[in-house]
Design a protein around this ligand. Structure first.
Ligand SMILES: Nc1nc2c(c(=O)[nH]1)N[C@H]1C(S)=C(S)[C@@H](COP(=O)(O)O)O[C@H]1N2
Ligand SMILES: [Mo]
Length: 335
């Protein structure tokens, strides 16, 4: 099968309502009301009113940048693009993927503008522990990964369970190549991912408090899913180190599943015998399953999953089974 030329996208001929305009307004309004409720003064309000609509690309990128940039990064970016992966749609503008994000540790459910709240998040130095059912458990500094693994760029589609979508180039390496370094045992059936747990650095984590949300954010895959070539670990986006709001300095990317499976700012990867508990599945198992593959025919209990809208555009597309990656992963689910 030729992945390069096969057209896997069915582009609809007509466009629907520009839903992102409506959605952004709704979020904006919610944030507005929340700030009013917490007694923000008139000067702050003016800042909010203009800040929402007029933040520049520079402001957003500067807010999310890791400083100083770790030494090794400059030699990695931009990594060579793997030609096997094509979006089948226009690439999302970088600013759109940087200003509209899901990162509950910083915003909770009230805002998509995590870039405004990441100031105190310290993403360097950073290490990731890979442990559990393996022969050689190990803690990797980010630099170890840069030295030991081959980095590449991959053009992937991303589909959030909320129906927004984007097409972005990640820099990183297949998750399988990292797992091979620790030599998984036959007893490893699942892989659990755990995000940083620093409430002092993440405003919503701190303000929501203990016993509300099951922090830290966790996710999980089966071992065959984790070893599939599509499962990717990213340290970069658009040819540069990840901004904080996109999951700096290291995150998971699982493009055939809803976006919540792709945990950000990961500190621990654990090989397990049993299916691990995960954040959204714990919060609401009726709405967020463990598998969470993109399935247009299976509606979310509160909305349809048939179509999706591309960040920063007025375009809607039909949602594809496995987000269009069936040729890579459908065989994982036939048993
Ligand atoms: N730690 C953590 N990871 C997370 C989330 C989160 O709130 N916290 N949100 C998830 C969701 S719902 C999506 S859609 C993607 C969004 O990635 P992006 O904001 O970089 O586009 O991150 C996922 N990873
Ligand atoms: Mo999401």
């Amino acid at each position: 099968m030729n992945h390069h030329t096969r057209k896997i996208w069915n582009v609809p001929e007509h466009e629907h309502t520009p839903i992102e305009v409506f959605q952004n307004r709704k979020l904006y309004r919610r944030e507005f009301l929340q700030r009013m409720g917490t007694g923000l003064g008139i000067a702050g309000l003016a800042g909010l009113l203009t800040g929402c609509e007029q933040a520049t690309k520079e402001e957003i990128e500067q807010a999310g940048a890791t400083t100083p940039v770790p030494q090794q990064d400059s030699s990695i970016y931009p990594a060579e693009r793997n030609p096997a992966f094509k979006y089948g749609r226009p690439e999302t503008e970088d600013i759109e993927a940087e200003k509209f994000t899901n990162f509950y540790e910083f915003t909770g459910p009230t805002s998509k503008q995590a870039w405004k709240y990441v100031e105190n998040f310290k993403t360097a130095p950073w290490s990731v522990t890979v442990e559990g059912e393996c022969e050689k458990p190990r803690t990797f500094d980010l630099d170890d990964l840069f030295k030991e693994l081959k980095f590449e760029e991959r053009a992937y589609r991303h589909r959030c369970v909320e129906t927004w979508a984007m097409c972005v180039p990640w820099t990183g390496f297949p998750l399988a190549s990292l797992l091979k370094l620790v030599e998984p045992k036959a007893s490893a059936k699942y892989v659990a991912f755990e995000t940083f747990n620093k409430p002092k650095q993440a405003p919503y984590m701190e303000s929501s408090g203990a016993g509300t949300w099951p922090w830290p954010y966790t996710e999980g895959l089966t071992m065959p899913e984790a070893m599939n070539d599509l499962a990717f670990i990213a340290t970069g986006l658009y040819g540069a180190p990840l901004l904080k709001q996109n999951g700096a300095p290291i995150r998971l990317v699982v493009p055939w599943k809803y976006g919540f499976k792709s945990g950000k700012s990961i500190v621990k990867i654990r090989l397990t015998k049993d299916q691990p508990a995960t954040f959204w599945n714990t919060v609401n198992p009726e709405e967020y399953g463990f598998v969470a593959n993109v399935e247009p025919d299976v509606p979310h209990p509160r909305w349809s999953q048939r179509t999706e809208w591309m960040l920063g555009t007025e375009k809607r597309y039909d949602t594809q089974p496995f987000n269009g990656y069936g040729e890579y992963v459908a065989s994982l689910y036939t048993g």
